[in-house]
Design a protein around this ligand. Structure first.
Ligand code: AMP
Length: 291
């Protein structure tokens, strides 16, 4: 496995691969890998001749009061895991390499970033769109793999690729979960034992929403009322948002249907967790009991 630390080395490699007619697959990450990241890499492995992943905790997508400094990092562990799943190269730049002095260019995707995390985390998707544009120009992938765990991010990237005519295929992968249903996240390490239990309120309430929809409920307000009640029945939870929106526009929906999804952002203690479910898709988690 190769490690590239500079933009130039990575670009030179990408150019050589393209000259040889190789198909480059790319998985961007912020590192501290869990099984969800590895599933994206396994998919990337199948989709290209040469699989690049990036590890970069991108400062421009964090707000001033967010967890940029304490975001978990462990390059050596990540390197071993990446090698085990057959990654060909890691692009691992530093902040200076990505944002040198006098840096002044940003990418803004408008409509689909207005709501949900776009409203709750000002500037977040501008940072995401900017760093992904840069990474795409550096790694020059034919195909890139993202997780549906960050559903609004996936829609933002698809929209940007379409609008800016980037010639890249995007694959969206289902959310990888712990056995009890908790969506895997690098931030789960922040949770205490008690908070870890309360964190189950997200996936379990999504399951309740799915059951209501399958039983014929189409009123978004009623589904959200039940979801809110359920999450708030757990200690240490504070709902940032719980919304049902259209999968294409990310605009709020009054009616639940297969063109909509429910998205949650919940603070559990000090840790902000997100999860979502697209109505009509699979959500395979243990049945929530006792509440
Ligand atoms: P991150 O390192 O958190 O920025 O995530 C890198 C990529 O992994 C993004 O495309 C995420 O959507 C994806 N991802 C994060 N958590 C999961 C998960 N539990 N299942 C599947 N993909 C995930």
């Amino acid at each position: 496995m190769e490690i590239f630390n500079t933009v130039k080395d990575m670009q030179d490699k990408a150019n050589r691969l393209r000259e040889q007619g190789k198909r480059i697959a790319f998985v961007p990450t912020m590192g501290y890998f869990h099984e969800g990241h590895l599933d994206l890499m396994r998919e990337g492995r199948k989709r290209g001749d040469y699989l690049v992943i990036s590890i970069f905790v991108n400062p421009t997508q964090f707000g001033p009061a967010e967890d940029l400094d304490k975001y978990p990092r462990d390059f050596e562990r990540d390197r071993t895991l990446a090698e085990e799943v057959g990654v060909d190269a890691i692009f691992f730049p530093d902040n200076e390499g990505m944002y040198p002095p006098r840096y002044q260019t940003y990418v803004d995707v408008e409509g689909v970033t207005k709501n949900l995390c776009g409203a709750a985390r000002q500037g977040h998707f501008r940072g995401v769109a900017t760093v992904c544009t840069k990474l795409f120009n550096i790694v020059k992938p034919h195909v890139t793999v993202f997780g549906k765990k960050d559903f609004q991010q996936l829609v933002t990237i698809r929209t940007m690729i379409r609008d800016l005519n980037m010639d890249i295929d995007v694959i969206g992968m289902p959310t990888t979960r712990e056995h009890d249903g908790l969506a895997m996240s690098s931030r789960n390490v922040y949770l205490s034992e008690e908070e870890r239990e309360s964190a189950l309120s997200l996936s379990r309430s999504l399951f309740l929403a799915k059951k209501m929809f399958e039983a014929g409920e189409t009123d978004a307000g009623k589904v959200l009322a039940e979801v809110t009640r359920y999450i708030e029945s757990y200690p240490h939870t504070r709902i940032d948002y719980a919304k049902i929106s259209c999968v294409d526009t990310i605009e709020e929906a009054q009616h639940v249907g297969v063109d909509t999804f429910i998205a949650l952002a919940v603070k559990v203690g000090k840790t902000r967790l997100i999860d979502n479910h697209v109505f009509g898709e699979v959500l395979d988690i243990p049945y929530p009991e006792g509440r």
